[in-house]
Design a binder for this molecule. Structure first.
Ligand SMILES: [Zn+2]
Length: 183
């Protein structure tokens, strides 16, 4: 099997075992080989170089504490609404079209522009809903909108390797899975 090391995601933990971010496999291997990190979980795949072969890490841990920058929280924007809802219409679950954002309770009826009243919607749903409330048109939300925790953002991925998700679960916060950030 050939693995593209640039697109393969590896979970990086801090020295304290707190999750830091994902990085690509190439970077993870370099960190391990240069002694900046250790492998905690290994995949069955081998990475071969002309002289040697070593097992691909899935989870690595830095050997020095990495200080995290404090951030104020995630800003409210269309882009971040799209990311939170995984570019998926929150009315019909479609994710194949170009998405818009929609006020659940329309602005014209006092609906606020905030994390809990704005969701991703496909054009047909947006049009269908128009200026009505969910009750009036009998539409439901795929998921209740929420203000995301910015710390979870580096971990929002749609994984192409479910076997690794299982290995990551041990180290990632539970709420990440409850929020559906990994799917
Ligand atoms: Zn839709």
């Amino acid at each position: 099997m050939t693995v593209n090391l640039d697109s393969l995601k590896i979970l990086v933990l801090n020295y304290s075992y707190e999750p830091l971010q994902f990085c690509n496999a190439k970077r993870a291997i370099v960190m391990v080989l240069t002694g900046r990190a250790e492998s905690l979980e290994l995949d069955g795949c081998f990475v071969r170089t002309p002289n040697t072969a070593y097992r691909l890490p899935i989870v690595i841990r830095t050997l020095k504490m990495v200080r995290r920058k404090r951030r104020k929280g995630i800003s409210f924007s269309k882009k971040n609404i799209l990311r939170r809802d995984n570019y998926t219409c929150q009315y019909c679950g479609d994710n194949s079209r170009l998405m818009t954002v929609d006020h659940i309770l329309p602005k014209s009826r006092g609906g606020k522009t905030n994390w809990v009243n704005v969701v991703v919607a496909c054009k047909p749903c947006n049009l269908r809903k128009g200026d009505r409330s969910l009750q009036e048109i009998d539409m439901n939300l795929v998921r209740k909108p929420f203000k995301p925790d910015y710390q979870l953002y580096p971990f929002q991925i749609s994984s192409d390797s479910p076997s690794h998700v299982e290995a990551w679960k041990k180290y990632l916060p539970k709420k990440l899975f409850l929020a559906g950030a990994l799917n």
